[in-house]
Write a protein that binds this ligand. Structure first.
Ligand code: HEC
Length: 180
């Protein structure tokens, strides 16, 4: 290649490199997904524990029995959720059966408050590069609780334990809400 052709070729390389992997922090956890596709148009009411397996994705609730107990004590609205997906995840959700590609991000907001319009907690899963955590489908989980504490990594193995039982690539319900 002639030298004057080399420079434009090198400049074109960054455009081919994938975007930086997402890092969720306490500073961005409530905002980074605002431009994602809102999978659910209105809040979905999910049951906590028991039943068809719908649960509030909260660490303390690890068994259907504990979930049913929590449900008895809680307000009937506690399980209202909104789902979001980034474009990579949304495109893949249209094809259930395929694993989601690296860079897919799914976010679940838990709503509460009087008008069910306050975001109380946020749970999410990020598909990392192959080899990140093969036993758990290379998904990384994060959880932002109502006290503003962000948990990530090994502290959230319970998320993975339960999501590993989902039929398609560790994702339970989001398949139903993908947008064309
Ligand atoms: C006991 C089982 C269980 C545990 C533990 C659990 N989840 Fe879930 N998760 C579900 C089920 C069932 C759904 C679908 C229904 C719903 O929204 O509750 C779901 C839905 C989700 C979704 C939307 C994508 C999807 O799978 O449809 C995200 C994101 C999510 N969970 C994150 C988390 C995080 C983060 C944790 C840990 C803090 C966690 N989950 C713990 C069972 C669980």
């Amino acid at each position: 290649m002639k030298p004057h052709l080399l420079l434009p070729a090198l400049l074109a390389v960054p455009a081919l490199v994938a975007a930086e992997p997402l890092v969720v922090t306490e500073a961005n956890v409530r905002t980074f997904y605002r431009d994602f596709t809102k999978l659910t148009k209105t809040p979905e009411h999910v049951r906590i524990g028991g039943g068809a397996g719908s649960v509030l994705c909260r660490g303390a609730i690890q068994t259907p029995e504990a979930g049913a107990e929590a449900e008895k004590k809680s307000s009937p609205h506690l399980g209202s959720v909104l789902y979001y997906a980034n474009p990579t995840a949304n495109g893949a959700l249209l094809k259930p059966g395929d694993d989601l590609p690296e860079g897919s991000v799914l976010v679940k907001e838990k709503l509460g408050g009087k008008g069910q319009d306050a975001v109380i907690e946020i749970g999410g899963m990020i598909k990392r590069a192959k080899g990140f955590d093969p036993a758990n489908g290379d998904w990384e989980y994060f959880f932002h609780d109502s006290d503003g504490k962000l948990s990530t990594g090994k502290a959230l193995s319970r998320c993975a334990d339960c999501h590993n039982a989902a039929v398609n690539d560790h994702v339970y319900a989001a398949w139903r809400f993908a947008h064309k």
